[in-house]
Design a protein around this ligand. Sequence first.
Ligand code: GSH
Length: 197
Amino acid sequence: MQLVFSPTSPFVRKVRVCAIEHGLEAKLTLAPVGDLAPGTIRNLNPLAKVPALILDDGSVLYDSPVICEYIDALGGGGQFPKAGPQRWNALRRQALGDGLCDAALRQVMENRRPEGDRHLDENEHQAKAVTAALDVMAAEASSLATETLTIGEIAMACALGYLDLRFAHQDWRAGRPSLAAWYQIVAQRPSLLATRP
Ligand SMILES: N[C@@H](CCC(=O)N[C@@H](CS)C(=O)NCC(=O)O)C(=O)O
């Protein structure tokens, strides 16, 4: 299988962490999106985003929640609990982590525009989403796993790692000691160390 990727994408990182946690990383060949001919990514994923997973039969899966669930099924399951409260909780936490990344990424893109062209209201709106998502994660920190991770914890850990990469100047740990303590433990897992951006 080929994983079309970019090295700093938190969504790609989720996929790689899922694979490593299952011992399946050798099945993934990493194909940098930058090496594709112009326009090719849209032929693979009409949304033109990474990650996209090209299966051995040539079919393509996207986006990261779908790819992660596919990898979890290959690995025998566990990261996506079976239907029931645990599943809904894991999926909600994945949405929270992914949503935080979306909001952070939108700010990164906005800040790449010339200063006078930036939409400050939009940045403020996205910044509020990041703060509120962090507060929910912090409120749930005591119930987050450090050993057998579900997709919820994997998505949250990748989101916090993305904040460290792009927003290191805004200390998300301040006032959230339990979340910081949880992250300090999970960030030492081989899957997260091997995929650190
Ligand atoms: N919901 C998607 C989000 C993927 C995404 O936003 N990927 C970014 C990189 S981090 C991307 O490829 N952006 C290119 C674009 O928007 O054109 C997923 O979970 O896979």
